[in-house]
Design a protein around this ligand. Sequence first.
Ligand code: RP5
Length: 189
Amino acid sequence: MARRAGPLVGIIMGSSSDGPVMAAAAEVLDGFGVAHEDQIVSAHRTPSRLAEYARHAEGEGIRVIIAGAGGAAHLPGMIASHTLIPVVGVPIAAGAARAGAAPRLAALGGLDALLSMSEMPTGSPVACVGINRAANAALYALKVLAVESPALRKRLAAHRLEQHRSVVRESERLRRSGLRGRARVRRAR
Ligand code: RP5
């Protein structure tokens, strides 16, 4: 894949309240140096903008769209129906706190959004990660991009190796200290 200046990933969300969850996707992409463009597109409040966004994404050469939404989350499925760009949905459970208020939990804890995305009827598929798992959506998008980019594939392989090493390091610490935080004393029988 040739290097290009424009965004490779489009991150969209139904509301600004989805921003705190979706920021995890941006963080992962930034960590891999992959350009993304972030926008708010509401399937039910800005339906014409949704169609426009699909055209814009195709024009920009965006390769993967990550779409986060809560409630009866139509955004990923509707975007997918307007474009051939692969779409990864992020079901969102909690809206951001407004003016110091506590986070507003979706009535069904995100299950509504999860099912809206994963149960897309045949014809307009959406890949779907777990509730609030925006980081996983970004990792999935990176894997899609890596099909055409040996450099990115290398970085993903290094990331996977580091995950492995970090678990081994944690396990070694656990082996030394035991689950209760100190070495177990073996009782002689
Ligand atoms: C959905 O409704 C959005 O994706 C958001 O998760 C949820 C609540 O939106 P706001 O009321 O915070 O704008 O459309």
